[in-house]
Every structure is written in structure tokens, then in C-alpha cells.
Design a protein around this ligand. Structure first.
Ligand SMILES: [Zn+2]
Length: 278
């Protein structure tokens, strides 16, 4: 009897020890996080969450006579420096902007975004100008990466090699504006690059370069949407309706020559007319 109790105790002890060992072994083989898995975190979290400030509409009705105060632009929704303008417009200059995930965008795309802002400022002789904001901004930009869009394959035959490069039909950019009457309160811009390039692996070409010839046309196009300009049927226009999406084939080097678009004269004139303070 005494012997059996001791054996039972030993058995229980061994079982407990074994269980502890197994548990430790299991925690030791926790799955490794794949480098690419963090790409999903880049999906815009704020999508579909534009809830206009409920106080905004009431405040907007009051015609404020406050002098310009740039540091308080976001809060002061009652001011409209261009109240004489009937078309859709921003209520103040500078229009502030912020790249929400600049680090993920990478240096290449962040530079291209800034080039787009500069292009609009230059072409309007600084009538339209921008300021970078550190928190709440009028225009908020997010870089998004599309996965499994770019495919590269090589077929090797006895005397020749065939290389295929294809990309999926994808959106290049998206702009969403929140308006109130004829005032633009906020704009959200999403720029789409292809995952697996410099931004995610820190090597090779930028996922924002593929198929774009390196121009900032998409960025300018989306910014002009943020100023209320709509699509054009004219394929030479910066607002050509097909410029938001990209087709199935990658542009050859030759196709890039002369492919840079200029901002439409009519848009430039309209911007200058709208934002010139009389
Ligand atoms: Zn568009």
C-alpha cells in the first residue's frame, strides 16, 4: 500500500514534469512573423470614417470677421477667405497637408508627393500654396501597397529566354473630399504602390515607380480632385478619367518619352481666379 502510493506520487510528478517540458517546447516553436505580413498594416485604418464634426455646420453659417490666423486653421471653420467664390473651394491658404504614413511611403514616393504640391504652387505663381502640418491637416495622404500585383517570370528555352512582366489592373490613386456647401473641409488621398519593392524590402525600385514613368502625374491628378476638379474625357488632360487606374502591361522605356502631362491651362486659370484675394 505504501509502495503503491509512492509510485502514484512519482507517476504524477513525472507526468507534471513531462507536461511542463512539452509546453515549453511548444512555446519555443511560435511561428515566425514573415517580413511581408506587416504590409497589411498599411491599409488605411481611417477608411470610411469621415464623420464631419457636428459643430461644423452651425459654425460655418456664422460669418466670422476674425483676421487670418494660420495656426488655428483647422479649428476655425467659420472663416472663408473666398466667400465671393461660387464654385467648390478651400476656405483658406495655405492648404495644409500631412503624409500619414511617410515612413512606409518611402523617400521616393514622399518626394513625388511634395513635387506634386510644388507643381501646383509653381503653375499658379504661388496663388495656391501649401504648408505641411504635424497633426490634423486639410489634405491627408496615405500610401497603400497592393500585394500580388506585380509578376515577373522567366522562361528559359534552349537558345532564348523570355521574360514576362505583368501587373494587375489597379488603382493608382483615390481622392475623397468632405465638403460643406461650396467649401471643401477635408480631403483624403490614397496613393497605391505595389508591395514587394523598396518601401517594404528596402531594396530595388520603388513600388510607386512601376508603370508610372516616374512622373508625379497621379499625385497631381489626385490633388486636383482635392480641389474639386472632376474627370475629363480629353486624354491630354491631367484629369483624364483613365489616369486613376493602370492597365495590365508595364510601360516600355520608349513609351515614357513625352508622357509627362501638364496641368491644364483651364485648371490653372481657374485656380488663380478662385484663390486670388481681391
Ligand atoms: Zn481621378
Amino acid at each position: 500500500m505504501k509502495f503503491t502510493a509512492l509510485s502514484l506520487f512519482t507517476l504524477v510528478l513525472i507526468t507534471l514534469l513531462l507536461a511542463a517540458c512539452i509546453q515549453q517546447a511548444q512555446t519555443g516553436i511560435s511561428p515566425e512573423i514573415e517580413p511581408g505580413s506587416q504590409i497589411q498594416d498599411l491599409q488605411p485604418e481611417k477608411q470610411g470614417e469621415i464623420t464631419p464634426d457636428s459643430n461644423l455646420s452651425e459654425k460655418a453659417i456664422v460669418n466670422s470677421s476674425n483676421p487670418a490666423n494660420y495656426s488655428n486653421l483647422a479649428e476655425d471653420s467659420s472663416r472663408d477667405d473666398y466667400s465671393r467664390v461660387n464654385r467648390l473651394h478651400w476656405a483658406h491658404m495655405p492648404v495644409t497637408y500631412r503624409i500619414l504614413n511617410e515612413e512606409e511611403c518611402g523617400r521616393y514616393e514622399s518626394t513625388r508627393i511634395r513635387r506634386a504640391f510644388s507643381a501646383i504652387t509653381n503653375v499658379t505663381n504661388s496663388v495656391v500654396y501649401f504648408a505641411q502640418a504635424n497633426d490634423s491637416a486639410d489634405i491627408e495622404l496615405t500610401c497603400v501597397f497592393i500585394e500580388d500585383c506585380y509578376k515577373k517570370s522567366v522562361e528559359i528555352y534552349s537558345d532564348y529566354v523570355v521574360r514576362y512582366e505583368t501587373i494587375c489592373n489597379h488603382e493608382l490613386g483615390l481622392a475623397r473630399t468632405t465638403t460643406e456647401g461650396n467649401i471643401i473641409r477635408k480631403a483624403e488621398i490614397y496613393l497605391y504602390g505595389l508591395a514587394g519593392f523598396a518601401e517594404t524590402k528596402r531594396e530595388g525600385p520603388s513600388g510607386f515607380y512601376v508603370g508610372t514613368c516616374g512622373h508625379a502625374d497621379t499625385e497631381i491628378h489626385e490633388l486636383l480632385h482635392a480641389f474639386g476638379y472632376k474627370h475629363s474625357e480629353d486624354n491630354s488632360s491631367m484629369m483624364y478619367y483613365k489616369s486613376d487606374t493602370f492597365g495590365l502591361s508595364i510601360r516600355k522605356e520608349g513609351e515614357c518619352q513625352g508622357s509627362k502631362r501638364e496641368i491644364d491651362r483651364s485648371i490653372v486659370e481657374d485656380l488663380v481666379k478662385t484663390y486670388t484675394v481681391r
